[in-house]
Design a protein around this ligand. Structure first.
Ligand code: NAP
Length: 295
């Protein structure tokens, strides 16, 4: 591409940012839309987040994604925060606000997960949903359960206090949602009568099973796996985690997190450029992402 004085710049702030696939998403979109825009990783050392946000504005950066460990810490540095992002307590997309001289914050992880499930024909409305994990990604998933009026939600986490806290927070925002914390021991007990024996939707939001620890899984008990009709694992490296393999082998439908990554990026690109990305354009990006994950 030709870079000149009019080229718009976007980027990703985080620490580390070395293995990110986000440049593939945004640079492919810019290329296929014929836009004069480039997206670059911008590593931010601990202690320099405020400098990075202010400096980014000063340098004319159109928009930034925010990744670990800054998704919550960035909030006080913003001019405005979208209500959904404020509720989740995490921002992953900064959009330039010229009037106020800074950035506004959004959470496109929740949009990405919602869109990925939708593309797979899944809505959480009225469904029995188990969330594995209670970290940053699980927060977006838990609030999506509230937004979509899931039937019953169980949050399962290695540190049970975090699952309890998250369940309480979601309940505060969605008082009619039936949501509670459960332990791994409970869900792996073959006699567990709290969970239905079939038809569960499981959103795997832990980092367990992530490359190179591909043989790890947060849960493997056949009595739990056999209750699952659909499992979405937020991990996309490896393409099929051991958890997804177990669900597939037991006859459940499965999907990995690459489509969530795609759609959160598409939503960010739409915010920055105030346009709509078509399904065909998104498909071009997905093809590129799949090639990179397989490399
Ligand atoms: P995080 O905030 O660090 O949370 C990690 C979660 O994993 C916590 O619930 C943690 O439990 C649990 N965990 C870690 N090691 C464990 C173990 N050995 N046994 C049981 N549980 C364990 O991370 P995050 O930001 O939520 O990300 C979680 C995963 O989602 C990562 O793999 C990330 O790459 C992926 N992700 C994907 C997308 C996407 O677009 N596809 C977007 C965001 C995140 P404790 O609370 O007990 O520590």
């Amino acid at each position: 591409m030709k870079i000149d004085g009019k080229t718009k710049v976007c980027g990703l702030i985080g620490h580390p940012v070395g293995h990110t696939l986000s440049p593939t998403i945004h640079n492919t979109l810019a290329q296929s839309l014929g836009q004069d825009l480039i997206y670059v990783p911008l590593p931010v050392e601990p202690g320099y987040l405020e400098d990075a946000v202010k400096g980014g504005y000063g340098l004319g950066i159109l928009g930034m994604n925010v990744t670990v460990p800054y998704k919550s810490d960035v909030i006080p540095l913003l001019k405005n925060v979208d209500p959904a992002a404020a509720m989740i307590g995490a921002v992953n997309t900064l959009v330039r606000n010229e009037e106020q001289g800074g950035y506004d914050g959004y959470n496109t992880d929740i949009i990405g997960l919602q869109r990925a499930l939708q593309e797979d024909g899944i809505t959480l409305q009225g469904q029995n949903v188990v969330l594995l994990g209670a970290g940053g990604a699980a927060r977006a998933a838990a609030f999506l359960c509230g937004q979509q009026q899931a039937g019953q939600v169980w949050i399962v986490n290695r540190t049970p206090e975090k699952a309890n806290l998250l369940a309480q927070e979601v309940k505060k925002n969605y008082p009619s949602l039936a949501i509670e914390a459960l332990t791994y021991a409970r869900i792996e007990d073959p006699a567990c009568s709290l969970l239905p024996t079939e038809g569960l939707i499981v959103l795997q939001c832990t980092s367990v099973g992530l490359y190179p620890h591909c043989e790890d899984t947060p849960v493997s008990a056949p009595s739990f796996i056999s209750r699952i009709s659909y499992a979405f694992d937020l991990i996309y490296r490896p393409e099929e985690t051991r958890f997804l393999r177990l669900v597939r082998e037991a006859g459940g439908r499965t999907a990995n997190g690459l489509s969530m990554l795609l759609w959160q990026g598409v939503a960010a690109y739409e915010y920055w450029n105030k346009l709509q990305i078509s399904s065909g354009q998104a498909k071009t990006v997905m093809d590129r992402l799949q090639e990179e994950v397989r490399d």
